[in-house]
Design a protein around this ligand. Structure first.
Ligand SMILES: C[S@@+](CC[C@H](N)C(=O)[O-])C[C@H]1O[C@@H](n2cnc3c(N)ncnc32)[C@H](O)[C@@H]1O
Length: 230
């Protein structure tokens, strides 16, 4: 390679910037190859994007919630991930993880002393009651994350259940709002993304969007779904 071509490739490698859709393409590749089903935290399956998990780590460290509410437990890996991080923060906390079935919950996850696993549909009034009790027992901010049934009506009902329970400054992540073409799984049907839209039509000032956080890694499973309670 001549001196000029070396110079040109050096310059190109420093100024080259792929188009913005590269992140969408990577997102589609990760989702389409079922990367989320192979992601683990300390050996425990977490059906997530690794960069979302990194974002959650940063949010938890900044927010220092005393209660994490997760709808959709599956094997329990993500609930344990939140507990591991919060133990490091060193203040009293609880993780409440709710799932309609404990069929997939692992023994490793069940052993975590700081996680309460509750078997119920997330939209049952008893879930709201439990959250209220835990808020009293663990005063401080709440980090809530919706990752259960991704049908629009169900997610909207979850958001409405949380409405009287969350207070200004609490954080809500609505996961899997990437489906139905945002940008994966086109044709999936109305899902979490549309639930956020419907909720905001009804209660337009409840949340502000943490857009910088959402855009930080260029792609997320929670499209439009990083919300801070006003
Ligand atoms: C995507 S998985 C959760 C993944 C888990 N949060 C993780 O990151 O590994 C979705 C879970 O939602 C649960 N689920 C489905 N419908 C539900 C409902 N109505 N209420 C609560 N959980 C539900 C399913 O049983 C399943 O375990």
């Amino acid at each position: 390679m001549g001196v000029f071509s070396k110079l040109a490739s050096g310059i190109a490698s420093t100024i080259y910037r792929p188009g913005d859709n590269i992140a969408d393409e990577y997102h589609k590749w990760y989702y389409g190859t079922l990367g989320q089903t192979r992601l683990t935290w300390m050996g425990m399956t977490c059906w997530k994007s690794p960069s979302d998990m990194w974002n959650y780590q940063e949010i938890l460290w900044e927010l220092k919630p005393s209660l994490v509410v997760e709808f959709g437990t599956y094997q329990g890996g993500s609930a344990v991930f939140f507990a591991h991080l919060l133990r490091q923060a060193g203040h009293p906390f609880r993780v409440l993880s709710v799932d309609v079935t404990h069929k997939y919950l692992t023994e490793d996850a069940r052993r975590d002393p700081d996680v309460t696993f509750m078997e119920s549909s997330s939209t049952e009034p008893i879930v709201a009651e439990r959250i209220r009790e835990l808020r009293d027992e663990y005063p401080g901010p709440v980090f809530a994350i919706l990752d259960s049934d991704h049908e629009c009506g169900h997610v909207l009902a979850e958001m409405k259940l949380l409405r009287p329970l969350l207070v200004p400054g609490d954080y809500l992540v609505v996961e899997d709002s990437n489906v139905n073409g945002h940008p994966v799984a086109p044709g999936w049907g109305a899902g979490p993304f549309e639930a956020i839209e419907a909720y905001e039509r009804e209660y337009e000032n409840d949340y502000r969007h943490d857009s910088d956080r959402e855009k930080k890694f260029g792609w997320t499973f929670a499209t439009n779904g990083f919300l801070i309670r006003n």
